[in-house]
Design a binder for this molecule. Sequence first.
Ligand SMILES: Cc1cc2nc3c(=O)[nH]c(=O)nc-3n(C[C@H](O)[C@H](O)[C@H](O)COP(=O)(O)O)c2cc1C
Length: 231
Amino acid sequence: MPKVIGLIGSPKGARSNSRVISDYLLSKLEEKGFEAETILVYPEHRKDPQIKGLIDKLDKADLIALVFPLYIDSLPARLIRALELISKHRKTRKVSKDQRFMAICQSGFPESHQNNLALDMCRCFAGLSGFRWIGGLPIGAGAIAGEQNLEEAGGRVYFIRNALNIAVEAISQGKEIPEEAKQAAAKLPIPAGLYRLIGNLSWKRRAKPYGHRKRDLHAQPYLEGSGDYHM
Ligand SMILES: Cc1cc2nc3c(=O)[nH]c(=O)nc-3n(C[C@H](O)[C@H](O)[C@H](O)COP(=O)(O)O)c2cc1C
């Protein structure tokens, strides 16, 4: 039975949009005959900064599916550190079998293409680490997942489920993530403008209990010359 590892790169760990996306992907791959395991990168790295156990497991996997949130057009810090350690380790070992690597990057902004740069980084990592890159899936508006089981989250996450279903079908046939999956992931259930409006309202609502107003949300306290800003 081929083994797939869902590698979660969110600092939020088990309660994250990345986790629910990975859970759905893994459950569909299990239906296709894969044996699945989930590894949370952040807790693993906190437990063991050399992530030895994680690295050993990756060496034995047939498919690795990295799922992570976009952080400042890049990857979260501990995930970058983990990938550096994995890459360093794999340069010293002989690749003994074909190991596929895919990545799903999901972001707050609605445009899925925002994730392409981070996915390119994952493609470079895979190539430098002896994995066979089978493609990346960029998902915009990942927050719509709402850290909720995708099977139960209804029509609002249809675009994510649909993209993952197309990807799983291709993977089970030994193919790469098709363009069709990327196009499906780009189809939001609501217009991007409405998504932004709801997002802005939600930030204001969340700031209110802390006594912050709209102006405070635009603060740039670390910007040169802004030393007089007081929160
Ligand atoms: C520090 C930080 C940086 C972020 N940077 C970006 C970004 O550059 N572009 C974007 O679209 N979303 C960005 N986001 C939003 C996250 O990618 C988004 O909320 C994601 O769904 C979180 O996934 P998670 O629950 O798996 O952690 C950022 C969030 C945080 C906390």
